[in-house]
Design a protein around this ligand. Structure first.
Ligand code: ADP
Ligand code: ADP
Length: 232
């Protein structure tokens, strides 16, 4: 089932030409896709279009059959830097999107027990349940990144956007987190859009790899990752 559909989409930020040019693709529900390409090829712009943070200059984008008119609540996001709030514990950082998606304090209070349980479940999956009450500065870079992936998943997003989430980590930690992410994805089957410089990472994780060219940002190659392939 098509979940994200780009119908000949272009975007120009200014009169210097298109940052994204004529992208035409569909991402199936539950698919894991990766975008690779050099800096400045439009990967972040593509993400912002998917999540409704930018509107295309030409073409049409639909997510789950509906045109994207503004920021989508069904997405979770994680970035190269974990961007945890330093004054919140790990647990409270993970629960932050619930407060944003659901701003009614009384409702939050009423459901707090369920939400804590959910957050603790995610923290356990990534091996951080012992650090729920720690602050970001007490965690290693890899641990912070694990927490930020939990935060991206706390509100059961149907679409998970990952912008170089492991780029700042050492090779060992990075590969460990690949399997953590893969486990979460296998359990929950959300749709994933991963942006990365690391072709090996893309080949390890994604079903489909899109290669983008530098300016104007175009897709120059689309590859299905061959099956069967190692899942561990
Ligand atoms: P990537 O994420 O692959 O590094 P970006 O999507 O950030 O690429 O950028 C694609 C192109 O659009 C680049 O040429 C960049 O300079 C330009 N660009 C990105 N954001 C803006 C902006 N807000 N205003 C003008 N130009 C931008
Ligand atoms: P990661 O692989 O998550 O980046 P590290 O390799 O930095 O973690 O740390 C290895 C292990 O050391 C962690 O899994 C954790 O058990 C422990 N550790 C790291 N930082 C801390 C800390 N600030 N307090 C307690 N234990 C820590």
């Amino acid at each position: 089932r098509p979940f994200v559909a780009f119908d000949h989409v272009s975007l120009a930020y200014d009169d210097s030409g298109n940052a994204i040019e004529d992208i035409d693709l569909t991402i199936t529900e539950g698919e894991f896709v990766a975008f690779v390409g050099p800096s400045g090829c439009g990967k972040s712009t593509f993400m912002k279009l998917c999540t409704g943070l930018h509107q295309p200059t030409a073409g049409r984008i639909t997510v789950d059959g509906a045109p994207v008119n503004g920021p989508l609540k069904i997405t979770g996001m994680a970035f190269q830097n974990a961007t945890l709030l330093p004054w919140r514990t790990t647990l409270d950082n993970v629960m932050l999107p619930l407060e944003i998606v659901q701003p009614h304090r009384s409702r939050l209070r009423r459901h707090r027990k369920d939400y804590v349980e959910k957050a603790m479940g995610l923290l356990q999956t990534v091996g951080l349940d012992g650090y729920a009450d720690s602050y970001p500065w007490q965690l290693s870079g890899g641990m912070q990144q694990r927490a930020s992936i939990c935060r991206a998943l706390i509100h059961d997003p149907r679409l998970l956007m990952l912008d170089e989430p492991f780029g700042a980590l050492d090779a060992f930690t990075r590969e460990e987190l690949w399997s953590v992410l893969q486990d979460l994805w296998r359990q929950q089957r959300f749709t994933v859009v991963l942006v990365t410089h690391d072709l090996r990472e893309a080949a390890y994780l994604a079903d489909t790899i899109y290669v983008m060219s530098k300016r104007p940002g175009r897709i120059i190659e689309q590859r299905q990752v061959p099956f069967p392939r190692p899942r561990h």
